[in-house]
Design a protein around this ligand. Structure first.
Ligand SMILES: Nc1ncnc2c1ncn2[C@@H]1O[C@H](COP(=O)(O)OP(=O)(O)OP(=O)(O)O)[C@@H](O)[C@H]1O
Length: 234
């Protein structure tokens, strides 16, 4: 499902000619199976977000390959990536990343507009999705008029609306209080069980790591796969 082989990355910082090289990931190998919830854990600065950005094509690796759903995406250009993300990947972020000038409804509808769906069908699917995340009454609210937990539910609805087989999440519970966190984790487990969605979740949070079938630890850019809690079929 997600296959990472020999992935290495470094950043170059400072002025041209006087650049400092910051090695971040070293020959990372990783395999996330279909139907799995995998957690990536590791200290601040260990390379977790960089790994997720490489897997989702926001940055290009120095070396190595990324294969998603049997498609080698490593050398995709930006246009191909945009199309691929829209059809294969959903994203959830700590900071929600909703568009503040658009209502909850419009935020959730946006990926369907990008896919070219007609208005009637879009509106129907968006309303259904808002119902699934328990926000059918809140479609007309702007993100600033919603609580943190509600904003995160809007962002999940936006991720789910295109029916992605994989959801990548970067500290999804980082801005939530403990009740909202519990609710989100239960929802992730339900989506995983009922729809077979594969999750790759970056987290500092023990509670999140506990719902994962497998924990992958990054230490200074090297990956060590943790103990398997149980095997997932697929
Ligand atoms: N755009 C960039 N330019 C230069 N260095 C960067 C850039 N992005 C990240 N880094 C460096 O790469 C290393 C890994 O950063 P990364 O954000 O992947 O870590 P992380 O494990 O996600 O950390 P955190 O848990 O704090 O979010 C850090 O040393 C960071 O300073």
């Amino acid at each position: 499902m997600i296959e990472v082989k020999g992935l290495s990355h470094e950043f170059r910082i400072g002025k041209k000619g006087k650049e400092k090289v910051v090695p971040v990931l070293h020959q990372v190998n990783l395999h996330v199976k279909q139907g799995e919830i995998a957690a990536i854990v590791g200290k601040s600065g260990s390379g977790k977000s960089t790994l997720l950005n490489l897997i989702s094509g926001y940055i290009k690796p120095l070396a190595g390959t990324v294969t998603i759903n049997d498609i080698d995406v490593t050398s995709f250009n930006e246009g191909k990536w945009a199309d691929f993300r829209l059809n294969h990947l959903g994203f959830i972020f700590q900071s929600f990343q909703l568009i503040s000038s658009m209502t909850a409804f419009e935020n959730v509808e946006l990926p369907l507009i990008l896919k070219g769906m007609n208005e009637k069908e879009r509106q129907k699917q968006t309303q259904e999705m808002l119902e699934i995340v328990g926000l059918s009454e809140y479609g007309g609210h702007y993100p600033g008029e919603l609580s943190g937990g509600q904003q995160q539910r809007v962002s999940i609805a936006r991720a789910l609306i295109v029916n992605p087989p994989i959801i990548l999440a970067d500290e999804p519970t980082g801005s939530l209080d403990s009740d909202n966190e519990k609710e989100l984790l239960a929802f992730i487990q339900k989506l995983n069980k009922d729809r077979g969605i594969t999750f790759l979740i970056i987290t500092h949070d023990q509670e999140v790591a506990q719902i994962a079938h497998r924990t992958i630890e990054i230490t200074d850019g090297y990956v060590m796969e943790g103990e398997k809690i149980y095997e997932v079929q697929g």
